[in-house]
Design a protein around this ligand. Structure first.
Ligand SMILES: [Zn+2]
Length: 300
């Protein structure tokens, strides 16, 4: 056989099917979870980074193009993305990934939502009317979402279903071991009292027995005001809180100001992967959150 014919034959040979499933995640944690289950058989993309407020991003044309090509869209939901996702879905014109279809997965449907007020009209500016959407701060919630995500990936790409099923089982086994280790390590955090910038941490707090005593935002979604901050100063100047917590995308000035006035240390925690140099994947995200809390507790 001539070299040319051989090259042609090789070119025509079926190649192993890689990256069969296109996953569009609204947040980095869900992209990471899809990667953990899909390995080389998925291509994932996250619409937001840890340095952006997932409540508010622009529905850019590049995002519309990604949704158009997606086989599966996974988002936290509970109205976290209501300011931009409906617009993306409408413009992308991809029926398969519309809510209600197999290609759309709302992660927060699979966990017990905290803070549900039933305020459907977002009265008073509350941007969490359907319950708190920041579910990724409890690793049990990540496990609860992994199952339906894996099932959905198997249904959408049955050819690689066996791989997804095996990877999902491996991930859950390793994840459960990590949860046990985190829970043991976090024992000293029980009873810690925190003031948080936004209501971003309610799932972490419930998980570890941390008490949230106030927020810098008077209502979730309303930026901290001078009036509210001076009220908090009076309330906490003689104690009552151990830390003031914020995430990388939040304005550092309100927590720095309150820290200076009250002497309560302020603390940066990664809300998702990429929020700090240390939080590089799902495992190191929780490692880093706990390390930062425990180090701050030690200094306290
Ligand atoms: Zn929020």
């Amino acid at each position: 056989m001539s070299r040319k014919a051989l090259a042609l034959l090789i070119a025509l040979m079926p190649v192993p099917t890689l990256a069969d499933l296109n996953v569009f995640a609204c947040e980095p944690e869900w992209a990471a979870l899809a990667n953990a289950i899909g390995g080389p058989y998925v291509t994932t993309y996250s619409a937001t980074t840890a340095l952006q407020d997932p409540h508010y991003i622009q529905a850019r044309p590049s995002l519309i193009a990604k949704v158009r090509r997606a086989d599966l869209v996974i988002c936290s939901g509970a109205e976290l993305e209501i300011g931009w996702l409906p617009n993306l879905l409408q413009k992308a014109n991809n029926r398969d990934v519309l809510p209600g279809n197999e290609g759309y997965l709302e992660a927060s449907r699979y966990v017990t939502r905290l803070d549900a007020t039933g305020n459907v009209d977002r009265a008073g500016g509350d941007i969490h009317p359907q319950g708190n959407p920041h579910i990724q701060t409890n690793p049990h919630n990540i496990a609860a979402v992994a199952e339906p995500l894996g099932q959905r990936m198997m249904a959408l790409d049955p050819e690689n279903g066996g791989v997804y099923e095996a990877n999902l089982a491996d991930f859950l086994a390793q994840w459960r071991q990590s949860i046990e280790a985190w829970e043991a390590k976090a024992e000293p955090l029980k009873g810690t009292r925190v003031i948080t910038h936004h209501k971003s941490w309610v799932y972490l707090e419930r998980w570890l027995g941390i008490e949230e005593v106030a927020n810098l935002e008077a209502v979730p979604g309303l930026p901290p005001t001078a009036t509210h901050l001076s009220k908090l100063t009076k309330q906490f100047v003689s104690g009552g809180a151990d830390f003031i917590v914020r995430s990388p995308y939040q304005d550092a000035r309100p927590s720095a100001w309150l820290s200076e006035k009250t002497g309560i240390p302020d603390l940066l925690l990664p809300l998702t992967i990429g929020g700090t140099d240390e939080a590089q994947d799902l495992y190191t995200l929780f490692d880093d959150i706990l390390d930062r809390l425990l180090q701050a507790k030690d200094r306290d």
